[in-house]
Ligand binder design. Structure first.
Ligand SMILES: Nc1ncnc2c1ncn2[C@@H]1O[C@H](COP(=O)(O)OP(=O)(O)OP(=O)(O)O)[C@@H](O)[C@H]1O
Ligand SMILES: [Mg+2]
Length: 379
C-alpha cells in the first residue's frame, strides 16, 4: 500500500480517545493530526480522509449500524488507505470480518497511548522518504543444517544495531515451528501460542503479540513458538498472514527464519517479503539444492528476486570435496549474494552462551561477511 502523506485522521466521539492520540504523538515531528468528534454513523462527507496516510475509526463493534458505516467507508476508500479500527470487545466473527474488509489493524479499547503511537508511526514511517523504511527479510534454507537459523539470527542482530541507531525497531520471527531453534540459540523462552489466536488469527492484536514475544538481552525481540518436532505445520495461511501483519505493524524490520519444507503458507510469506535469501553451504549438493530453491521461488513469486548466501565457505582456495570459489560463482550465476566464513568454534560458543557472534568476538569474519551481504544488497 503506498502512503503519500503523514496526516492521521481520527474519528471518535470520545474526547479522551482524541486527547490520547494527540498526547501519544506529541513528541513526533512531521505528523499532522486531524480529529472528527462524532460517531461513525454521523459521517457523511468522506473528503475528510482525502489526504490521510492513516484513518483511525473509533466504532462500537457490537452495533450493526456502526459496522455498516465502517463497511461503507472501506468501500469508498477502495483499499487506498490504511484503516485502523478502535473498538470495545467484539466477537471472533467480527474480528474475522475486519480482516475480510481489509482493515489494517484493530485495537481493543481501552487503548494504551503506546499502542496508538506504534500503529501511527508504522504508517508514517512508511510515508517518509528518507529511504530508511523498514523491510521484511526472509531466509530460506536450501537444505537441512546449512546454517539458516545462525544466519537469520546474525542478520537480525545486525539489522537491530543499524536500525536502532535511527530509532527503528527489529524483530526476529521463527517460522520453523518444528525446529524452534531461534529461541534455543538465543536462550530465550518461546512464548508464541498460535493455537490461541483463533482459526484465522482474529484474536491477535498488538497487546497479545507483546505477551507472546520474547526479548533478548541485546534488545532483539523474538517471536517463536515452542518446538514441535516431527509435527507438520497445522497453521493456516490466514493465521500466519495475521501474525506477520501484526508483527510488521509493531516493528520496522522483520527477519524471518523459514522451515526446510514447503508449507501451505510458504508462498504468501515469500510474496510479502522485501528480500529473500536462500541459505546453503559450500558443497555440491548444497549448491544444487540452492539452484532448485531459487528456481522454485522464482517460478512462484513475482517481484522479489531471491539470492543465495553460501554459508561455511572456506577462505582457502580448495574446500572439502574440492569446490573452488569460481565453481560456486558459475553454479549460482547472477543469484549469488555472497559467502559467509566457516568458523564452527565461534558459532558454537555464541549458541552455547545465547549471545550474538560479536559478543564472543567483536569484528569476526562471519559478522563482517553477512554485514556486507545484508547492507549492500538492500532493496
Ligand atoms: N558460518 C558457520 N561456520 C561454522 N559453523 C556454522 C556456521 N553457520 C552455522 N554453523 C553450524 O552449523 C550447524 C547448523 O546451523 P543452524 O542450526 O543455524 O542451521 P539450520 O539450517 O537452521 O538447521 P536446521 O535445518 O536444523 O534448521 C550448527 O551446529 C551451527 O553451529
Ligand atoms: Mg534452523
Amino acid at each position: 500500500m503506498t502512503v503519500e502523506s503523514s496526516k492521521i485522521v481520527l474519528l471518535s466521539p470520545d474526547q479522551a480517545v482524541r486527547d490520547s492520540l494527540r498526547a501519544a504523538m506529541r513528541s513526533v515531528e512531521r505528523i499532522e493530526i486531524s480529529t472528527l468528534g462524532m460517531n461513525v454513523t454521523e459521517l457523511t462527507d468522506y473528503s475528510a480522509f482525502d489526504d490521510a496516510a492513516l484513518v483511525i475509526l473509533d466504532i462500537d463493534g457490537r452495533k450493526r449500524d456502526h459496522l455498516l458505516a465502517l463497511q461503507k467507508i472501506m468501500i469508498w476508500l477502495r483499499g487506498q488507505k490504511n484503516v485502523v479500527v478502535l473498538t470495545d470487545s467484539f466477537d471472533d466473527a467480527v474480528g474475522r470480518w475486519f480482516l475480510q474488509i481489509r482493515v489494517s489493524d484493530f485495537l481493543r479499547k481501552p487503548i494504551r497511548p503506546e499502542e496508538l503511537r506504534t500503529v501511527c508511526l508504522k504508517t508514517v514511517r512508511g510515508a517518509s522518504s528518507d529511504g530508511q523504511g523498514g523491510e521484511i527479510i526472509t531466509f530460506v534454507p536450501a537444505a537441512g543444517g546449512v546454517g539458516n537459523t545462525t544466519i537469520a539470527i546474525e542478520a537480525a542482530m545486525q539489522t537491530m544495531k543499524s536500525a536502532g541507531a535511527v530509532g527503528r525497531t527489529t524483530c526476529l520471527v521463527d517460522l520453523d515451528f518444528a525446529g524452534g531453534s531461534c529461541a534455543e540459540y538465543l536462550d530465550l523462552e518461546p512464548r508464541l501460542e498460535l493455537g490461541e489466536i483463533g482459526p484465522e488469527g482474529e484474536r491477535l492484536d498488538i497487546q497479545l503479540l507483546e505477551v507472546m514475544s520474547s526479548k533478548h538481552a541485546s534488545g532483539l525481540s523474538l517471536i517463536a513458538a515452542p518446538a514441535r518436532p516431527c509435527e507438520p505445520s497445522q497453521f493456516s495461511p490466514q493465521v500466519i498472514a495475521r501474525l506477520l501483519d501484526t508483527v510488521s505493524g509493531c516493528f520496522d524490520n522483520v527477519i524471518i527464519d523459514m522451515p526446510r519444507y514447503w508449507t501451505p503458507w510458504f508462498d504468501s510469506v515469500l510474496g510479502g517479503s522485501d528480500r529473500i535469501f536462500v541459505v546453503t553451504d559450500m558443497t555440491v549438493p548444497g549448491l544444487r539444492a540452492a539452484r532448485r530453491a531459487i528456481a522454485k521461488i522464482a517460478a512462484r513469486i513475482e517481484g522479489v528476486a531471491p539470492r543465495v548466501i553460501v554459508n561455511r565457505a572456506s577462505r582457502n582456495f580448495l574446500f572439502g570435496g574440492g569446490l573452488r570459489n569460481a565453481d560456486v560463482e558459475r553454479a549460482l550465476t547472477n543469484t549469488l549474494a555472497g559467502s559467509v566464513a566457516n568458523n564452527y568454534q565461534l558459532v558454537r560458543e555464541a549458541i552455547d552462551r545465547g549471545v550474538p557472534l560479536a559478543a564472543v568476538k567483536e569484528g569476526n569474519k562471519i559478522s563482517a561477511d553477512l554485514k556486507r551481504i545484508i547492507f549492500s544488497n538492500a532493496a
